[in-house]
Design a protein around this ligand. Structure first.
Ligand code: THU
Length: 132
């Protein structure tokens, strides 16, 4: 867990966030133990911006990965208290590739770490199973 959190904190350094100034890093752990990292990437047109979590997921999925165990998210505004949990869109992307009951989401403010399963952040989530 600590290695994953450290990787997310390091990935945060690469954040491209000139508009919000809110830097986020993510580190995604596959079921086989490989880590894919991502950062938020903003855009002058705003809506094409991408969250750190989705950057990590899309990197991993585009490399052929499909099974994930956990993600660590490092996002905080300097001098401000509180954890930044993944946004709704990122939770839905997690729902596509992860088992909500077992997939763990760690958030860190740079010193403390908090953990919740996806099922708690996206209760009654809509997923692939609904279409079968
Ligand atoms: N952001 C993330 O990268 N992940 C989240 O879960 C929440 C928000 C980014 C998007 C945007 O670049 C900045 O944080 C401010 O919303």
């Amino acid at each position: 867990m600590q290695a994953l959190v450290d990787a997310a904190i390091l990935a945060r350094e690469s954040a491209y966030a000139p508009y919000s100034g809110f830097k986020v890093g993510a580190a995604l752990l596959t079921s086989e133990g490989k880590i894919y990292t991502g950062c938020n990437i903003e855009n002058a047109a705003y809506s094409p911006s991408n969250c750190a979590e989705r950057t990590a997921f899309f990197k991993a999925v585009s490399e052929g990965e499909r099974d994930f165990a956990a993600v660590a998210v490092a996002g905080w505004a300097e001098g401000k208290e509180g954890f930044a949990w993944p946004c709704g869109v990122c939770r839905q992307v997690m729902m596509e590739f992860c088992r909500p009951e077992t997939f763990l989401i760690y958030v860190t403010d740079g010193s403390r770490v908090c953990e919740k399963p996806l099922a708690e952040l996206l209760p009654e989530g809509f997923g692939r199973g609904n279409l079968q």
